[in-house]
Design a protein around this ligand. Structure first.
Ligand code: GTP
Ligand code: MG
Length: 174
């Protein structure tokens, strides 16, 4: 009805998890700055960025994004970042079956130790490398559906589905 009372401003803690090299930092850089860095450096510990999304119904969602380090030596730090997170984005690389296995590990960890009402997304990144694909899209769809997750394939390189990822998450917030 156009009333200003319809406006809602949400602040949401979001954590990205997944194997080293799957493109977590590139996804965040694309979403927040509209850029792609082919020489992206491995993340040390974690990095923090925020970005606001406006939805059709005049809701705004400010994502407070914790981009974690995927290297094994940082695995023990992950609970510091996913604890209290409203949203977890678990990323794999469609050219790497190992990274898909690692994504499933993170989903199980979140199911055991994350917030009970956490919104989870499964993201198959590097969709531009379709000639090197080793994880069929249906495997991602099936795993996500079994675990009550939202699923999407993205490319941080071409920007394909990056904004859609965050908009779909925003729509699914309780
Ligand atoms: P950690 O910080 O170690 O956990 O890795 P990460 O998941 O943050 O990976 P990062 O974003 O640094 O990307 C790793 C490499 O993949 C870089 O060389 C990127 O340029 C490349 N990359 C990231 N996203 C894409 C993509 O969508 N397509 C292609 N072709 N390359 C990508
Ligand atoms: Mg990184």
């Amino acid at each position: 009805n156009g009333s200003v009372n319809d406006a809602k401003n949400l602040r949401v803690k979001l954590v990205l998890l997944g194997d080293s090299g799957v493109g977590k930092s590139c996804i965040v850089l694309r979403f927040v700055r509209g850029q792609f860095d082919p020489t992206s450096k491995v993340t040390v510990g974690a990095s923090f960025l925020s970005q606001t999304v406006a939805l059709q119904d005049s809701t705004t969602v400010k994502f407070e994004i914790w981009d974690t380090a995927g290297q094994e030596r940082y695995a023990a730090l992950a609970p510091l970042y996913y604890r209290g997170a409203a949203v977890a984005v678990v990323v794999y690389d469609i050219t790497s079956p190992e990274s898909f296995t690692k994504a499933q590990y993170w989903v199980k960890e979140l199911q055991k130790h994350g917030s009970p009402d956490i919104v989870m997304a499964l993201v198959g990144n590097k969709a531009d490398l379709h000639e090197k694909r080793e994880v069929p899209v249906q495997d991602g769809i099936d795993y996500a559906e079994k675990n009550g997750m939202f699923f999407i394939e993205t490319s941080a390189k071409t920007a394909d589905n990056i904004n859609q990822l965050f908009e779909e998450i925003a729509k699914r917030l309780p």
